[in-house]
Each structure stands twice: as C-alpha cells, then as structure tokens.
Design a protein around this ligand. Sequence first.
Ligand SMILES: [Zn+2]
Length: 182
Amino acid sequence: MKILIMIDMQNDFLTGVLGNGQTAAVVPAVCEKVRRYLAESKAPLIYTMDTHAENYLSTQEGRNLPVTHCIKDSHGWQLDSRLKAITDGHPERAVKIEKGTFGAEGLPECVRYISRKYGGEIEEIELVGVCTDICVISNAMLLKAFFPEILITVDSSCCAGVTPQSHQNALEAMKMCHISVI
Ligand SMILES: [Zn+2]
C-alpha cells in the first residue's frame, strides 16, 4: 500500500503572505496528483494544515518569521479552493492533520492507524506540497526516522520552496538522507 501526503497547500503559502510564483504555480500539478491517487488507490490521502493562533508572533516560529499566517479558520489558513473541492468530495478518504509547527507530531501515529485500519503493510509514503525547504523536508525526515523500512518519496514536480534555490537545496539534502526524489 502506498500513502500520499499533501503538505500545507493553504492559501497563505500559495497566493497569500508567504506565497510566491513557484508555490502558486504548483497547484494544478498537485490537483492532478491527488485526483489520480484517489481514483487509482483505496488508501486515504493525509493532508496537513499549518495552524496558528492569534498569539503567533509571541511563539518561537513567530519570532523567527514575524509574518502572521495560517491563523485557524482565516482565509489564508484554508486549503486552495481547487484542492478543497477534491478533499470535500472524498470526506471518508481525506484525513486532515492540523499542526502548529513544521513537522506534524501526529503524523507517525496517523500512518500507523491507517495501516491498521486498512489492514495493509505500507510500502511507500509519497509527499507533495509546500514549502519544500521547510515543511516538506521536516515531515519527510520525521517519517524517515519513524519508518526506516518504508520508501519515502518526494515528487519534486509537485513541490515548491521559499526560493528556487532553497527548493533545490532541500531536494539535495533529502536525497542525502535516502529519501527518493522523483
Ligand atoms: Zn507556520
């Protein structure tokens, strides 16, 4: 069984305060990827949502990155509308994880739960989303630590970073840690 994980495809990272041309441009490819996965597989889609509260600026992340973003229930927090239409169309298959930091601490348990529920061994976990250099790499490394025998793959055509250079750097760093970059 293969599981697809979509990282932080929220308005603030695409067209909002932390978005850029590359992150906005990756949406159609991610939509296509998710649509095909849901059509061809029976396994669920896990998607993470960066989620902050009004006290964001007084958190460590807020002190390092003083740009208020992804305040729960705000427009910027919402998934891109094209992706939201897809997840809303598959409520039983789309598993949301809200996370207050880069790596989602609930992700390993979620993967284990899915493995139990669907009664299958997981051979591969594939990640797509933004930003390659912050949250995609954090969650890929987190999964690699918890599941050293599962193939962890990142589809670079469905990821984008803070800059093209830092996107590329992150892909290289992940390759060094035996994450399969396609
Ligand atoms: Zn954040």
